[in-house]
Design a protein around this ligand. Structure first.
Ligand SMILES: [Zn+2]
Length: 349
């Protein structure tokens, strides 16, 4: 049976500042310590064990979001711009900084973990209050916009649609306890678990600073919507996607939980080319060695472009304030000529 979920009716946002809204960012954790959610893994592309710290991908996202928002005319304050142990402020310090910054919105940046290897990857928004009953007006609204924006990422593999919850409902920690970082917060805001870093496919992607930049770009679109700036988007767009070869993912063989197109290995060190409508080379992007095959072209003027992949041009249209996704997967074994199949963006359920 279909369960109908009523769309929340948000309050009008007229009262919010439109010229230079102020946003306070809190990239979660800080430094390379045991409490910074280290999840080292053997990366086949690198041929060695590589460190993964959630503090690092949060830091990439936070700095990217700060510069994207500033370029859009926001005032931005942040709890940290480096990734050291000293930047790992305690919760009360973070709250004091946020309150003193005069911010209109509080935004905590994280990724999620189940604690065990699971086939699980989706964005999760947590706000202070009960589910459906936010403690501060606007909490549920920014959460909804954030999940719409992150769920639209077509350069990943999602297992389900995004989830939104009030932290008093989500955590069974006592009446109105919830997340420490939101506890003293009087500002509208939320904590965003952008994806699951203990899912190996996602962890490989989160090692890439540009993948984190793309999440920040999508986060900025949600913040634009919250402050009614989405009607006049920045006249720039992006192109992103995943390149995968015919080879089975080595992580699958190694016993990791992996699903969807992540079962095929991402292409390492592949040079993707972007051409303009006159077939003039605009930029190249070389994929990293973390087996993700992720590529990104940032800050493009709207218009028609061509991606040159495996010697063939593929037309793609860039629109202002949007990301155009195009992923490619090779099926060499089914076609000796090296047939290439265009893959549609992965949509959440
Ligand atoms: Zn975290």
């Amino acid at each position: 049976m279909l369960a109908l979920v009523a769309m929340p009716a948000f309050q009008p946002a007229e009262a919010r500042p439109k010229d230079r809204p102020r946003v306070f960012l809190n990239p979660g954790h800080g430094g390379y310590d045991s409490n910074d959610r280290p999840t080292p893994f053997y990366c086949y592309g690198v041929g060695d064990t590589v460190p993964y710290y959630e503090s690092e991908s949060n830091w990439y996202k936070g700095n990217a979001l700060m510069s994207i928002l500033r370029s859009k005319g926001y005032e931005v304050a942040t709890s940290r711009v480096e990734n050291t142990t000293l930047d790992d402020l305690d919760l009360f310090e973070i709250m004091s900084l946020a309150a003193n910054s005069g911010a209109d919105l509080f935004f905590a940046i994280h990724s999620n973990a189940t604690g065990i290897e699971k086939k699980m990857n989706f964005p999760l928004a947590l706000y202070r209050g009960f589910s459906g009953g936010p403690a501060v007006e606007g909490n549920d609204e920014i959460s909804q916009y954030m999940m719409d924006a992150l769920g639209s990422n077509g350069a990943t593999e999602w297992t389900r649609k995004p989830m939104i919850a009030g932290d008093w409902t989500f955590y069974d920690w006592g009446y109105k306890v919830g997340l420490g970082v939101l506890r003293f917060n009087k500002l509208p805001g939320m904590l965003c678990e952008g994806s699951f870093h203990d899912y190996i496919g996602e962890r490989c992607r989160l090692k890439n600073a540009d993948y984190c930049w793309l999440e920040a770009w999508n986060q900025s679109l949600a913040i634009d919507r919250y402050f009614l700036k989405d009607k006049k988007p920045l006249q720039l767009g992006c192109v992103a996607g995943l390149l995968r070869g015919n080879e089975e993912s080595p992580y699958q063989e190694a016993g990791y939980q992996i699903f969807g197109d992540d079962c095929k290995r991402g292409k390492n060190g592949y040079e993707m080319e972007l051409y303009d409508s006159d077939k003039k080379l605009v930029a190249t992007y070389t994929t990293d060695n973390y087996d993700n095959g992720f590529y990104l072209f940032k800050n493009l003027k709207p218009g028609v472009y061509y991606l040159n992949y495996a010697g063939q041009y593929h037309e793609i249209t860039v629109e202002a304030g949007k990301v155009a996704y195009l992923s490619f997967q090779d099926f060499v074994s089914t076609n000796p000529g090296g047939m290439m199949k265009k893959k549609k963006p992965t949509k959440p359920e």
